[in-house]
Ligand binder design. Structure first.
Ligand code: ADP
Length: 178
């Protein structure tokens, strides 16, 4: 099996419940390498791009009204409206990375997830919003890993060149220390 990469997001419920250490320890069993990490306050544009297929999928599964509601609440969840406005985003790299990580994270619905998976242990269904508060996101294929990693990280934020990159001169405004 070739080397792969996988984007992990420790979602706002994971941070507010101080589960970061537990989650990283559980993932360290894979012996995969972390090649990128950062704390992000997720704005709507990024949330919509990350979940670009979710609205359509949820409407197909649950109909227009419920599907749109799940989508909206899932955006609010990742943007931190129910917990804290921070997520910790990590890139893991190594052999058979996606399957190894998804085994440990568990299935989407925390009530169906294996009890010793991360989602099974720490997730819940929010009884007010119906959102699966499942603590972590993990890329589910090589194609989605590439799309997601390139959405959340710039090439120079990773310690390895996992996808082809190029040098370009860009004139842009940037916040610097005053
Ligand atoms: P995964 O996160 O396992 O890749 P999806 O991409 O289908 O799953 O869903 C994205 C997120 O949307 C889930 O992690 C969960 O937080 C939320 N979600 C998905 N389906 C539902 C649902 N039926 N009810 C409530 N929340 C859901």
């Amino acid at each position: 099996m070739a080397e792969q990469q996988c984007l992990i997001i420790i979602k706002p419920d994971g941070l507010i419940k101080s589960l970061t250490g537990n989650i990283i320890t559980a993932l360290s069993e894979t012996k995969l390498k972390i090649v990128g990490a950062k704390i992000v306050s997720v704005k709507r544009e990024l949330a919509e791009k990350h979940y670009s297929d979710l609205k359509e999928n949820q409407i197909r599964k649950h109909g227009e009204e419920k599907g749109s509601q799940i989508f909206e609440n899932t955006l609010k969840y990742i943007m931190g409206e129910f917990h804290t406005n921070r997520v910790l985003v990590l890139v893991y790299h190594g052999e058979n990375c996606i399957e190894k990580i998804r085994d440990i994270t568990g299935t989407t619905n925390p009530e169906d997830a294996h009890p010793i998976s991360i989602r099974g242990k720490y997730g819940r269904i929010n009884s007010k919003t119906g959102v699966f508060e499942n603590v972590v996101h993990a890329s589910d294929s090589e194609a989605s890993a590439k799309r997601e990693i390139q959405l959340w990280f710039q090439p120079d934020e990773l310690t390895e060149t996992i996808y082809p990159a190029k040098t370009e001169k860009i004139q842009t405004e940037k916040i610097v220390w005053a």
